[in-house]
Design a protein around this ligand. Sequence first.
Ligand code: C2E
Ligand code: MG
Ligand code: MG
Length: 751
Amino acid sequence: MPTPPKKRGRSKEGRRPGVRKKSSNSVIGKEFDYLLQLTEEDTRLLHRYKDIMAQGAAGFAETVYNYLFDNPDIADVLYAYERGGGNIGELVRGMLAHKLSLLNGNIDEKATARSEQVGRAHYRHGVKPVWALGAYRLFLDHLQHLVDTDPQIEQQDRDAVESALIKMIFRDLAVVTEGYWRAAVEQLTDQRDELGFEQGLAGEILSNIPQLLWTVDIESNRISYASPGTQAFCHNELEAPIPCFYAIHGSERERVLTAWQQVLDGESVQLEVRLTPDESEERWFRLAFYPMANRRGRVLRVHCLMEDVTDLHTDRERLEQLSTQDEVTGLANRALWYDRLASALAVARRNPGASVAVMILDINQFKMYNDSLGHAAGDELLRQISQRLQKVLRDTDTLARLGGDEFGIVLPFLQDAERAGERVAGEVMNALSAPFSYEQKELCLSSAIGISVFPQHGEDASTLASHADSAMYRAKWNSVPYLFYEAQTTTSAATEQLSISGQLHGALERKEFELYYQPKIDLASGAICGAEALLRWQHPQQGLVLPNRFIPVAEQLGMISPITDWVLDTALAQSRAWLVEGRQMPVSINVSARSFQSPGLVTRIEQSLKEAGVGGSSLEVEITEGTLMADLDKSARILKDLSDLGVSIAIDDFGSGYISLSYLKRLPINTLKIDQSFLENMDRNSKDAAIVRSIIELGHNLGCKVIAEGVEDEGVHLQLQELGCDLVQGFHISKPLPVAGFHEWLSGSSH
Ligand code: C2E
Ligand code: MG
Ligand code: MG
């Protein structure tokens, strides 16, 4: 009696596909022998009669052939085997040989392994177990007949032989089927391992990619798959169909629902929405929905993908902004300004009576700040200017930086554009009038504004813009804060500026400049105590040109310094000439901001004094408050050096700027020159008179002399005398005169 086999343990180790544990045939064999009660007696009996039972094998072969080919399914498999290069004859011969080998009663390991291989081959070639069963039944029939009828088999052995045969055939059938089954299981295991490996890979990919993926089963409205990232993102609360729905910005949810409706209709949809995951900062996500429909177009599943695209979004926004936004100030740029202007005009055209004001504003002397303080300072100033301008404007107005120091304003939807333009220009001036600060420096600016109005000055954006531009230049030219466009003057003003800038080059070499002198009188004594040198240009075609028309151009063109040098040398030479004639006549020269800030001014003055042979006291330098405030520290150093040379310093047009008194008291200033505007109405306007009185008092308190310029009549003259003003200058005493005229005046006057 065979001993029962030990129970096999199941291997749990994970297997890579293709790597298989070898099956143990000895265990199979023993188990089967035990269960079938196949004994040595059985195998011995079979062995004894094997030759008898092998008789009639040829007849049995024919039976098998018929069986195989009468059964169409089996025949199909055989033909397929043949098409694959197999030989049916050999195959059937092999089957017969295998069956006959059973009659040997051989049940050792080798024989069992061969039988198992047969089962595996059946599985490989698609031979069904039941077909094998059929063949075994035929075999059994054939043998039973032999056992029953063959005379060579002893009568008393017949039952035992038959029983041994049945056990043997059962055993083989079981081993073949086990082989078949093992092959099937191994294939399935391989496939499962393969699948598991691929799933593992997919899982690894899905948990490491930043995109979130999930699939929604539409029928049940359940999430049938959610990638690890999705589960983490939603803290495992996977609400269908969009697990993060409540993190989506409230105003965007409607869009997402519409997109979901579209995907249910079979469309793929993509959209970008704002999300606030975990109440942290808002992020942009791209949601993509891909519908999976059956053949009839019914959507069964939707695959969803979600991706954080905040960086992309910010980059895109930035690019969009760059194309419409000025980088320095963050204001609209020229392109956007034109666009807004065109839209405002379109609206105004549809509304009879509506008008639009277009303003262009340019900062005076901006280049000087940029040159002397550097571009960082220039940019900072532009930012501060834009902030102040923005405060003056309404939300519906458009403020833009058009380039350089030029700003554009569009005032849309107006009833009276001229009044609005005037009001805004006034407010802009006001807003820009207080000093700006940069690195503890106080800087003063002024601006020129040109205004054009729709429909009076033009119909389209470019005409209105160019008219506002020319009005701005005219305002600059005339040193006024703002001007409206005027059809007839524009062309002449613009061409004049152009022709002046062309002819200014070489005017020095051609000796077209001349100095006029205007006397200054001591109010107490009536004595002449100096003269202001005022520049004139003898233009070959236009005759005498006043400085206000060409000094700003010279400044803009960077030609002012050689002109200042010429004025300095000429005025000092004149002072020296008067000295030689026996007249002590100090001269005042006007130094504009750029000349004042340019390096080497003090050395130049020192040199010029030496060349003329006069002392520092023969010279007074007139500068404006604005010039000083361009860079107060630097100004203070220059003034100190000039003062050390004995040169006097006067603040010209005092009262028109915004210099801080605390600065003023620290500077070595000798004279305050009251701005002409306060004298104009002084006899009628008590406020102006009060200002003049205050300036005089302030000057005296600071230890300065005070001079009033622009005195045109006796009344003002007397008033100033009463107020204790020190000096006067003006048409009432004398207009500025050329040297010859000045001499004449000197000899004719009592001074
Ligand atoms: P400013 O230095 O304030 O000169 C005074 C201006 O007032 C002069 O004009 C003078 O002719 C004018 N004026 C004098 N008395 C009266 C009066 O009673 N009534 C009126 N209405 N005006 C009077 P001007 O010569 O046309 O000069 C204008 C400005 O040009 C000057 O103002 C000065 O800022 C600038 N300027 C003149 N010469 C030079 C120069 O050589 N270099 C520089 N950088 N600027 C100069
Ligand atoms: Mg002056
Ligand atoms: Mg003046």
